[in-house]
Design a protein around this ligand. Structure first.
Ligand code: F6P
Length: 375
């Protein structure tokens, strides 16, 4: 026997491709299988605070069978990744109660999930989370919505930049997103044929980067170089050569900073350019992988609510969707690149410059304590 429920869904934190595919899966499964009503909450907790809910129906999403939500980037619900949500806990809970929702699905990264879990606890919500972020740094899940597309976007950029770099014998520095976790730089860098990959977890030495580029030129006949750098990459202590070298995050972008450093270190002998991929990495049509993941996560999240198994996050482990207690996820996130990560070993074995891997574990704690955005 079907039990009518009013299910809310929201997207929180930085957007990424695949959010709409997850919304579509939730609405489809909740409507077709359980006959529930589904409401989209605009702009995450702001929508709850303002008591706003938009009815989401199969018919409304269908558009003559064209399924636009499956392949649209961004989020039709809007999102927020700033603001002092926790200062308004009582109003948000009052808004949720006023909307008479029986349960809520929140799609977010680790910052959003921490906030939503606190609201869940205080408001006694029936809540299930779906992980998303192009940083892929949510613990206990091998995949999150949005990461696969972002990796493909960066690889596409690297393909293009390689040809222009090769044509002009240039070093191309490509800055990618990743303030504390280097998964995107690491995976896209390997797949895109980078020569150096600099990530927040492994401090790099500018001299190491320069001598690697020199070696490519002198011993391998390679006249150009591709350096992929995460925006939060960190220079190893005592390894600067530029007089104004700072260990902390420079005020200019990381790509520009490394360009200045390499220029100085190489005595201006290298022709270098920098490309900052920025928010292009968050846009675009979701990949097939992200559409599949979003669909599987959406279905599983609805089933968890139907079974009353809440305060959980759906996660991808060993080829299937499982449910992990949210408090465990929050305690272990962000999930950083580990020293024994097989992809770090892979890049080393391919001759890619990776920085000083001995520093990883020492840095991990300090990275965790960084004030994080709200992903
Ligand atoms: O979602 C996380 C992230 O993609 C980070 O890698 C990046 O630093 C940040 O979002 C940028 O967010 P904003 O939208 O505030 O510029």
């Amino acid at each position: 026997m079907k039990t009518q429920k009013r299910l809310g869904i929201l997207t929180s934190g930085g957007d990424c491709p695949g959010l709409n595919a997850a919304i579509r899966a939730v609405v489809s499964h909740a409507t077709i299988t359980y006959d529930w009503e589904v409401f989209g909450i605009p702009y995450a907790t702001t929508g709850l605070l303002e008591k706003k809910a938009i009815p989401l129906t199969l018919h409304g999403m269908d558009l003559r069978g064209m399924n636009p939500l499956l392949n649209m980037g961004g989020t039709i619900l809007g999102s927020i990744n700033k603001g002092d949500t926790l200062a308004h806990i009582d109003e948000i809970i009052a808004g949720y109660n006023a909307l008479e929702l029986d349960a809520l699905i929140g799609i977010g990264g680790d910052g959003s999930l921490t906030i939503l879990d606190e609201l869940r606890d205080k408001g006694n919500w029936q809540f299930v989370a779906i992980p998303k972020t192009i940083d892929n740094d949510v613990a206990f899940t091998e995949k999150v919505v949005g990461f696969d597309t972002a990796v493909n976007t960066v690889v596409d950029a690297l393909n293009r930049l390689t040809f222009t770099a090769a044509s002009h014998d240039r070093v191309m520095i490509v800055e990618v997103m990743g303030r504390s976790a280097g998964h995107l730089a690491l995976e896209a860098g390997i797949a895109g044929g980078a020569d150096c990959i600099l990530i927040p977890e492994i401090p790099y030495s500018i001299k190491g980067v320069c001598s690697h580029l020199r070696e490519l030129r002198d011993n391998w006949g390679r006249r150009f170089g591709i350096v992929v750098v995460a925006e939060g990459a960190r220079i190893a202590k005592d390894s600067c050569c530029y007089p104004k070298c700072e260990i902390a995050k420079p005020s200019c972008g990381m790509g520009q900073y490394i360009l200045d450093e390499i220029r100085h270190c190489s005595h201006n002998q290298l022709d270098i350019r920098v490309s900052v991929l920025g928010h292009i990495q968050r846009g675009g049509i979701p990949s097939a992988g992200d559409r599949l993941l979003a669909s599987a996560f959406g279905k599983a999240a609805v089933d968890l609510i139907a079974k009353g198994k809440t305060a959980k996050m759906v996660a991808w482990q060993n080829g299937e969707v499982v449910a992990v207690p949210l408090e465990k996820v929050i305690a272990k996130s962000p999930s950083l690149v580990k020293p024994d990560n097989f992809l770090v070993e892979t890049e080393q074995s391919l001759g890619i410059y990776v920085g000083n891997t001995e520093h990883i574990s020492k840095l991990e704690d300090s990275i965790r304590s960084l004030p994080l955005g709200y992903s």
